[in-house]
Design a protein around this ligand. Structure first.
Ligand code: DSN
Length: 430
């Protein structure tokens, strides 16, 4: 009898085809990426690096890993690429271990301002084992470089992160470099969210200005889950040992055997990203996000929109995420800068266009989608989060029942399903 898992996978495939996937860190991989990911390469142990393994039988694995590294170096135009990190968080840990000693100061954008956990958030390794200092965004939701410079001069960080997870504007790497140089810090770019936009030329590349770069491979790059660490010429000049320091941090520092099936799938996605069609894709992602943002009354210079729901009521993020999911539109609740409600029940949603664009959707489709989103949000007006914490659990239970029965949401879901079902899904329909 076939595993129950396959039935569940086909249910998930149905959800992915008939819904609108708008979580900006998600995407659809191609059939070829899936094929490599599901290959027999998962059977092999190969601790170490090409030509320097702790196990025999790695002749082919070495070729695959070298090929993936070469493609990454070519795509990003850097001298060093490492493709073994299991994903973004371990990659950022490896970089931090290579650059810093425990207790050193690391600086990154605050989580509440659109930063990442590994850039110095509470409870994360980056603030447990290192002294984390966070810079923030200003009232305009843009990075406050005045504050960043002041904090850098006071705390003298060893490492400054430039990278975001919920930030709809372009980044000015030169400004970061200037501040890093004032205090002698290494500058590391975490481009996970925008890597596809950089490859497509929509965003400036950080390569000339930073020492090290980390990108996950499963977001706008459209590869399998994983991560790549790149060292720039500048980074090598700063520390000629940096490659081996990062390698040592990966293994024996934090990881064991590399996931060779994942490495192979990364190589396939890099081949795809080197094709001219990827550039077109990246340009369309940004065009779609700009139109979607405009229709929602906001702006985006990236692939994502951070949408404040304060005009709909107090602490509306959870309700919006749930109502949109009922309507077949998947987004995630998110804090907004200066969050007026709570990190668990925040005041915004984060949504983006990478996955929709992979299905071939264009600007006119974004107008329709924005209209559905606005119609859904009308259904949560009045469902404000109770100010008293002890009332929230029951309230959320009640509104879920209410929204699940909501006839307008059911109607929108039908329209969304009819619409989404017409667009092929890479990996499912290719
Ligand atoms: N979880 C990722 C995101 O959704 O942005 C960041 O690691």
């Amino acid at each position: 009898m076939a595993s129950r898992v396959f039935k569940l996978i086909s249910e998930e495939a149905h959800r992915q085809k008939y819904g609108l996937e708008m979580i900006p860190s998600e995407n659809y991989v191609s059939k070829d990426v899936l094929k490599a990911l599901g290959s027999i390469l998962t059977n092999k142990y190969s601790e170490g690096f090409p030509g320097r393994r702790y196990y025999g039988g790695n002749e082919i694995i070495d070729k695959i890993e070298n090929y993936a590294c070469d493609l990454a170096k070519k795509l990003f135009r850097v001298p060093v690429a490492l493709v073994q990190p299991y994903s973004g968080s371990p990659a950022n840990l490896a970089i931090t271990m290579a650059v810093c000693e425990p207790g050193d100061v690391v600086m990154g954008l605050a989580l509440s301002s659109g930063g990442h956990l590994t850039h110095g958030a509470n409870l994360n390794f980056s603030s447990i084992f290192y002294k984390a200092v966070n810079y923030t965004v200003g009232d305009d939701w843009k990075i406050n470089f005045g504050e960043l410079e002041t904090l850098a001069k006071i705390h003298k960080p060893k490492l400054i992160w430039v990278g975001t997870t919920a930030y709809p504007f372009k980044l000015d790497y030169k400004k970061f470099r200037k501040i890093a140089d004032m205090v002698g810090a290494s500058l590391v770019a975490d481009i996970s969210h925008i890597t596809g936009l950089i490859i497509g030329g929509v965003h400036e590349s950080p390569v000339p200005d930073v020492d090290i770069i980390m990108t996950t491979t499963h977001k706008t790059l459209r590869g399998p889950r994983g991560a790549i660490i790149l060292v720039t010429e500048r980074g090598l000049k700063r520390d000629s040992e940096i490659k081996s320091k990062i390698e040592r941090a990966i293994i024996p520092g934090i990881q064991g055997g590399p996931h060779n099936h994942q490495t192979a799938a990364i190589a396939v996605s890099l081949e795809e990203a080197l094709k001219p069609s990827f550039k077109k894709y990246a340009i369309q992602v940004a065009k779609n996000a700009a139109v979607l943002a405009k229709e929602l009354g906001t702006v985006s210079e990236t692939h994502l929109i951070l949408f404040s729901l304060t005009k709909y009521g107090y602490g509306m993020g959870y309700q919006a995420q749930y109502a949109l999911e009922e309507a077949g539109i998947t987004v995630n609740k998110n804090t907004i800068p200066g969050e007026p409600a709570s990190p668990f029940y925040p005041s915004g949603i984060r949504l983006g266009t990478p996955a929709l664009t992979s299905r071939g959707m264009k600007e006119e489709d974004m107008v329709k989608i924005a209209d559905w989103i606005k119609r859904v949000l009308e259904e949560i007006r009045g469902l404000d989060l109770p100010r008293k914490q002890e009332k929230r659990k029951d309230f959320l239970k009640e509104i879920k029942i209410k929204l699940h029965k909501n006839k307008n949401l059911k109607r929108i879901r039908k329209e969304v399903e009819n619409f989404a079902g017409k667009f092929p899904v890479p990996g499912i329909n290719d």
